[in-house]
Write a protein that binds this ligand. Structure first.
Ligand SMILES: *[C@@H]1O[C@H](CO)[C@@H](O)[C@H](O)[C@H]1NC(C)=O
Length: 335
């Protein structure tokens, strides 16, 4: 599902023009000079009303996001689909994980000295990712809520994302599905191009729309944008700045998500609970609802974009080896 890459559709009529049409029309309705004018006026008014209902306002790509704009409704729709994923596909991450040694099902983790540790593998070639960065001031509060709810039931069958590394994937200059090789100089040129983008991008005020658990066992925070440059616009600016980047990007252009944790095996259910897979899913929904109760609507500000060279597979997610360039969102006009 995350592989979708939809295009923004731009309608041609500006909302202001429609409002003008709508306000002009009723002003003539106060004084009909003859019954004949009423005859054409009524169908015209109905026609204009229909137009207003059928057309949606255009998005000015440079205007700050409005909470009810079309991008935010596309985002809400996407989040609705992501929330249904667990019910529709089931808990795929539990398949083959019936024994207590369920960690074996994961290629990514192992238990060493009683702790869950990632099994790092070199990424060849390294992945080059652009991500928005969530300040640990905000991330720590989220991480605390997530741990309070999940830790008691999962012990060593869960990996928590490092809260110093909470991030929102935006755009890849190169990824594992379509590697784009680059020399050191080419990488420096990419960093410069991305820096010019970040100078024009405005910091985002965001709120946590909801937390969902995917069928692959990843606990995701899905965010809405209150103000600042919309992620869809950031992605299109990065696309322009990085023309060699993979055509197919990994995420829907309106998606703004953070990974909080990854479940690696079945929960330790309370004694009386139903341990069928249906019972598990009901139990997971309960935990996710608890997390939403604690941090749903949580507000944060994002003011950095990171250009990251990931030398290990999933380095950002697994505390792997990487090189980070931290870039501030400058919000300068004229760029
Ligand atoms: C979390 O990330 C920070 C910053 O990269 C690092 O210093 C710290 O060691 C990491 N924590 C763990 C538990 O790996």
């Amino acid at each position: 599902m995350l592989l979708e890459n939809r295009q923004t559709t731009h309608l041609k009529t500006h909302p202001k023009q429609l409002i003008l049409m709508a306000t002009k029309a009723p002003s003539c309705s106060t004084r009909f000079r003859s019954p004949a004018s009423a005859v054409w006026f009524l169908p015209a008014a109905v026609f204009i009303l229909l137009l207003l209902l059928l057309r949606r306002p255009t998005m000015d790509p440079y205007a700050p996001a409005t909470p009810r704009g079309p991008v935010s409704s596309r985002r809400a729709e996407l989040y609705g689909r992501m929330a249904r994923d667990l019910d529709e596909r089931g808990a795929a991450f539990l398949k083959g994980g019936e024994t207590s040694q369920s960690l074996a099902l994961s290629d990514l983790f192992e238990v060493r000295d009683g702790a869950v540790v990632p099994k790092l593998k070199a990424a060849d070639p390294p992945v080059r990712a652009n991500v928005l960065y969530l300040d640990p001031e905000f991330a720590a509060e989220i991480a605390k809520a997530v741990k309070e709810v999940f830790l008691p039931y999962f012990d060593k069958a869960i990996w928590f994302q490092n809260s110093s590394m909470y991030h929102f994937s935006m755009f890849h200059a190169s990824h594992h599905l379509e590697p784009i090789l680059a020399t050191r100089d080419e990488i420096e040129a990419e960093v410069d191009a991305v820096k010019r983008v970040t100078e024009a991008v405005c910091p985002l005020k965001i709120s946590l729309d909801r937390v969902v658990l995917t069928s692959t066992g990843v606990l995701l925070g899905l965010w809405q944008v209150e103000s600042g440059t919309d992620p869809a616009d950031i992605r299109s600016k990065l696309r322009e700045a990085l023309p060699r980047a993979p055509k197919k990007q990994l995420y829907d252009s309106v998606l703004l998500h953070t990974s909080f944790a990854r479940i690696l095996g079945p929960p330790k259910l309370p004694q009386q609970e139903d341990t069928s897979s249906f019972g598990h899913i009901k139990f997971f929904h309960g935990l996710v609802a608890q997390v939403n109760g604690k941090i749903g609507g949580f507000q944060a500000k994002v003011s950095e974009l990171w250009y990251v060279e990931e030398y290990d597979v999933l380095a950002l997610a697994l505390n792997g080896k990487m090189k980070v360039r931290r870039l501030h969102l400058g919000c300068n006009e004229g760029h």
